[in-house]
Write a new protein. Structure first.
Lengths: 114, 113
């Protein structure tokens, strides 16, 4: 498959463990955040989003935490599976002339060992 | 499958040439976004169209241009290609311009030799 980045932070976990992927964002005006998953050779895929009026949001096996004080976002994946191996991006969406254009982080490579 | 299609999947061309990448958004989506993803730059926003009109520009070179047609498909034109233009080019669509998730296509891998 194609590599999306040669110098990404990498998180290696064992199957069944919980994974925590962190992201720092830069724009204090950002009010909407998204986590994307990108598997090798594919486009980014939406996982979960959160708006700035929330601190926590849960999905299926995933939880996003938002700390606006320190401009930090995290993605928690419960019971990580080999199929979760991918690059994970956070994206912040500040308002820009009426268009919500996400700014993506560099990404974190998650490797799940069976 | 996101519902967004992109063609071609792979494109190999020479420096100085011009290419056109095509994107069909999900049915019902009015917004189309173009991104460039390279190994050293990550995912970079290029341009956003909504219902045929340009809405926002990112770090898009003057050699690059795009348009969205009445049937809502979009084309990204890259001209006077340079080696550094080699990258993955993604199209994404969303229902409108608001705070919505974007659905990404599979990308076009451009290699400039």
């Amino acid at each position: 498959g194609e590599s999306v980045g040669l110098h990404l932070p990498t998180l290696s976990v064992q199957e069944g463990d919980n994974s925590i992927i962190n992201c720092a964002y830069s724009n204090s005006a950002s009010d909407y955040f998204i986590w994307y998953k990108q598997e090798s050779g594919k486009g980014p895929q939406f996982i979960i989003d959160i708006r700035s009026n929330m601190d926590k949001r849960q999905g299926q096996r995933v939880t996003v935490l938002l700390n606006k004080t320190v401009k930090h976002l995290s993605l928690q994946i419960a019971a990580t599976q080999p199929g979760d191996s991918a690059v994970y991006f956070c994206a912040e969406n500040p308002t820009s002339g009426g268009s919500y254009i996400p700014t993506f982080g560099r990404g974190t490579s998650l490797i799940v060992h069976p | 499958d996101s519902g967004v299609t992109q063609t071609p999947k792979h494109l190999i061309t020479a420096t100085g040439q011009r290419v056109t990448l095509r994107c069909s958004p999900r049915s019902g989506d009015l917004s189309v976004y173009w991104y460039q993803q390279s190994l050293d730059q990550g995912l970079q926003f290029l341009i956003h169209y909504y219902n045929g009109e340009e809405r926002a520009k990112g770090n898009i070179l003057e050699r690059f241009s795009a348009q969205q047609f009445p049937d809502l498909h979009s084309e990204l034109n890259l001209s006077s290609l340079e080696l550094g233009d080699s990258a993955l080019y993604f199209c994404a669509s969303s229902v409108d311009t608001g705070k919505n998730e974007q659905f990404f296509g599979p990308g076009t891998r451009l290699t400039v030799l």
